[in-house]
Design a protein around this ligand. Structure first.
Ligand SMILES: *Cc1c(COP(=O)(O)O)cnc(C)c1O
Length: 395
């Protein structure tokens, strides 16, 4: 199904919008103005199922419907289970809720010193700079804040956020997020990144954005010049399925890379989208071909109305196990669960350590074969009394 990749099979083009002048199509403002936001627009191109139609009617009170024409073209209209469709077309299952699901599944509101800042880890902060995105992911962990559908009182403030960061010298890493920071104008981004760069204790600036994926037209030479000016600026993009790896995205990543922006990818493990070893392998190979390093694979947060997209976390472990040793180490993301209630990201790994005995660590390799590596003793071969005493993991 996903043979060895060749660039010829990657998507490019204007699809349903073939009659639009390329000059308009390639403008990011045109893409946003012509985004699919209404059920009538969706029905022009797709035969909606009853579940999808009901989901669209509900969306206005939960999380807006919006899909850029560029991204919409990646949906195969003949496939009701299309992996792009599942990510952005609302469904009635979003109305189903359960006790374990929350509006703030990873407890961000509890670690919010000022509006727009989430300070959970000692040395770094999340700085939420806008409540808008180019398109809305139906499993959005911040659906309470974004798109303004829930009347949530969130008015991103640059001033108080910057002030907080200036006054906290323990912060060395700022992650701009939202909403999507790259929806801000060049002028605002230049100001914001410029102000952060002036703060002596800020060593590391990064941006979390799905704009290259939804709206690669936004990655203009002018935007890249801003990143170049204040670099290094790191970027985490969000690609979930190999079909999102288009020539347009590849070229946007190339512009960013050539401007000195290191790019990582954060995927969310989603049922019917990418919870499949072959799909995930194809995705991470395509990412490397675009100069993008797979960074995290997230277990889907327990956001309200996401049960139809969530997987059993054991599937994530199995996928990582199928990758490690079987493909380039650079291609393998770290699988994490952002702990419900605010514990932060916890790495979840297949078990390679079988036991730590009195004299060795006993391991298995990617093929399941057993190997041993001795524990450290001093030159006389007597047990080092200073060595930490580790209980055997398995007896
Ligand atoms: C994910 C996250 C970060 C960044 O975590 P890294 O592991 O450094 O990428 C920082 N703050 C919050 C609140 C986060 O959720």
């Amino acid at each position: 199904m996903y043979p060895h990749d060749s660039l010829e099979s990657w998507h490019r083009g204007q699809g349903h919008w073939a009659n639009v002048a390329p000059n308009d199509w390639n403008k990011w403002t045109w893409q946003l103005r012509n985004s699919v936001t209404k059920i009538e627009q969706l029905e022009k191109y797709l035969d909606l199922t009853p579940e999808e139609r009901a989901g669209c009617l509900f969306a206005k009170d939960k999380l807006a419907l919006s899909i850029t024409p560029y991204f919409f073209n990646l949906i195969d209209p003949d496939d009701l289970n299309d992996p792009i469709r599942r990510q952005v077309v609302p469904r009635s299952e979003e109305m189903h809720t359960s006790a374990e699901e929350l509006l703030d599944p990873v407890g961000e509101e509890e670690t919010k010193p000022v509006d727009g800042i989430v300070h959970r880890y000692p040395d770094r902060v999340l700085f939420l700079v806008t409540d808008r995105c180019a398109s809305y992911c139906r499993y959005c962990t911040r659906s309470r804040l974004v798109s303004n559908a829930q009347d949530y009182n969130f008015n991103p403030q640059f001033k108080s956020g910057l002030e907080y960061i200036r006054n906290h010298p323990e912060i060395r890493d700022v992650l701009l997020s939202g909403g999507d920071p790259l929806l801000l104008s060049d002028k605002k981004l230049d100001y914001l990144i410029g102000e952060l760069r002036k703060i002596p204790h800020i060593e590391f600036i990064r941006i979390g954005s799905r704009i290259p994926v939804f709206l690669p037209q936004r990655i203009t030479p002018e935007l890249c010049d801003i990143f170049k000016k204040y670099g290094p600026i790191w970027l985490s993009i969000h690609v979930n399925h190999p079909n999102e790896c288009t020539h347009e995205l590849r070229e946007a990543c190339e512009r960013l890379s050539l401007a000195g922006v290191p790019i990582g990818n954060q995927s969310v493990l989603l049922k019917g989208v990418n919870n499949d070893k072959a799909v995930m392998k194809s995705l991470i190979h395509r990412l490397l071909m675009m100069r993008v390093r797979p960074y995290y694979l997230y277990q889907c947060d327990l956001i309200t109305g996401s049960a139809h997209l969530r997987t059993d976390p054991r599937e994530g472990i199995e996928i990582i196990q199928a990758l490690r040793g079987h493909t380039s180490g650079y291609a393998i993301p770290q699988f994490v669960i952002d702990a419900p209630g605010g514990g932060g990201k916890i790495p979840i790994n297949p078990e390679y350590v079988k036991a730590i005995t009195s004299d060795a660590i006993v391991m298995r390799n990617f093929q399941g074969e057993e190997y041993r590596y001795p524990l450290q003793f001093d030159a006389t071969q007597k047990p080092n009394p200073k060595a930490p005493q580790i209980e055997p993991l398995l007896v």
